[in-house]
Ligand binder design. Structure first.
Ligand code: UDP
Length: 430
């Protein structure tokens, strides 16, 4: 029903040189104050997707700061659970449709079994961080014990949610002591009157295999082994094969740009399909049809065919590409954007959700709303090395200041401390 995941240990001292000293000291001080607490992070998938990515680094970072931090992943006993939670995810991000009473029964029934198992096994903590809608009802199902703090973290874009689904879920949000959203506009209207809200955008781990510095020859060796010609320009989108990531628009943009940049190659890297994403294969099929056998469109879906680990492949392809694309039409945050910017690359992002928060258009990247605009920016960047270098440098500095993991750890621990100390603000952050 659930399991504890172990992640390799890290040392906080290795992060310090990358951080502003004020932030580094503040984080160490708060951790020192909270050293007696036990913290749990719970989510619904061990690997795949941005939340799993953050947690596999955040949990060891918490431990290296001296706070006993555990990671719990739930395993509901029905595959139907993930079909329903994927539907809830899509509806909350604005898709058409509704949930049937049977689907709601599956959602609540599976989670109740997980909650019963947690209770039977005596799972406990001082601070519970529950991530995303998949697990939202847990606070109701595992009623809070004296002294516990329950925090729900919503990583998705609720700007235009399906009203009926949001209305069904709102009372469950109010069961928490605190909620955290990654952007102000994602907070549903009226919610901040009922439960304290913090805005805390996600972050990347600069010490992970995926984000640690890799030199260009090494990166090129990896992508050559993947069939890419490193003597010709390469553009890449690193993303699950997902409706909202608009892989079709990326292919359209590549085709237009290729008319001005002969020999251009496109890579679509979707190796980390989340186990709760049954739609992926259908999307992959239509994308492959659109690619239509073009030998310069490289699609990667199967990690077992890669020359090195998935994380190394992501690092290498981001380093070896001239321009990175994240053409999402909806995006909670978009860690791939941060990852690309951290490598000093120009990123062209869809003008949506969290991508807007990361890219200062024309300064640290470009925002686009159509394949045509995307193609125009691609050509500009591919033909002007100085522009690419300037944008890439601004991108990296912006990530260093705003989107590295210790800043997120500080946000989470600071708000947990407020509750542990019994002082609760109405709305904070941003
Ligand atoms: N990712 C990966 N391999 C892939 C595709 C994606 O490891 O082939 C990672 C990517 O590097 C990023 C995460 O999966 O860290 C995706 O997070 P993001 O916020 O961009 O999107 P999500 O999948 O959560 O919607």
């Amino acid at each position: 029903m659930f399991s504890r995941l172990d992640h390799p240990p890290v040392s906080y001292e290795d992060y310090r040189p990358l951080l502003d000293p004020k932030l580094a000291d503040e984080l160490a001080a708060i951790a020192g104050e909270m050293g007696q607490l036990r913290v749990l992070h719970l989510n619904s998938t061990a690997t795949g997707g941005g939340v799993a990515e953050i947690l596999q680094s955040l949990v060891p970072l918490g431990n290296s700061l001296g706070i006993e931090t555990e990671r719990i992943v739930i395993y509901p006993d029905s595959a139907e659970f993930f079909r329903v939670t994927k539907k809830i995810h899509n509806l909350l991000q604005g898709a058409e449709g509704s949930l049937s009473p049977e689907e709601l029964d599956i959602y609540f029934g599976c989670l109740q079994t997980v909650a019963d198992d947690m209770r039977a096994k005596g799972l406990s903590a001082d601070v519970w961080f529950v991530h995303d809608p998949q697990l939202l009802p847990l606070a109701r199902m595992l009623p809070k014990k004296e002294g516990e703090t329950w925090i729900w973290i919503c990583h998705i874009d609720l700007t235009t949610p399906n009203r009926s689904v949001l209305d069904a879920l709102m009372p469950l949000i109010e069961d928490y002591d605190q909620v955290i959203f990654s952007q102000t506009d994602y907070v549903p209207e009226g919610l901040a009157d009922k439960v304290p809200v913090l805005i805390a955008p996600p972050a990347i781990d600069p010490l992970s295999v995926k984000n640690t510095p890799m030199d260009l020859p090494q990166a090129q060796k990896v992508v050559r082994a993947m069939g890419i010609d490193t003597d010709r320009p390469l553009i890449t989108q690193v993303s699950r094969f997902d409706l909202w990531k608009d892989p079709w628009g990326v292919i359209d943009a590549y085709r237009i740009a290729r008319e001005s940049v002969p020999g251009l190659q496109l890579a679509l890297l979707g190796l980390s399909q989340a186990t709760d994403d049954p739609e992926a294969l259908g999307v992959l099929k239509t994308v492959a049809e659109l690619a239509g056998g073009d030998p310069d469109i490289h699609m990667y879906f199967d990690p077992s065919e890669m020359p090195v680990s998935v994380d190394e492949v992501v690092n290498a392809i981001q380093v070896a590409s001239q321009v990175l694309i994240q053409k999402s039409t909806r995006e909670g945050f978009g860690l791939t954007v941060t990852e690309g910017m951290w490598k000093g690359k120009p990123v062209i992002g869809g003008d949506a959700g969290g991508i807007r928060v990361q890219i200062d258009d024309g300064v640290s990247g470009f925002l686009v709303s159509s394949p045509e605009q995307c193609a125009e920016r691609l050509v500009e960047l591919l033909q002007d090395e100085a522009l690419s270098a300037r944008i890439g440098e601004a991108a990296k500095e912006s990530v260093r200041r705003l989107f590295l993991l210790p800043r997120l750890a500080l946000d989470y621990l600071s708000i947990a401390r407020v509750h542990v100390n019994g002082r609760i603000p109405a709305v904070s952050g941003d």
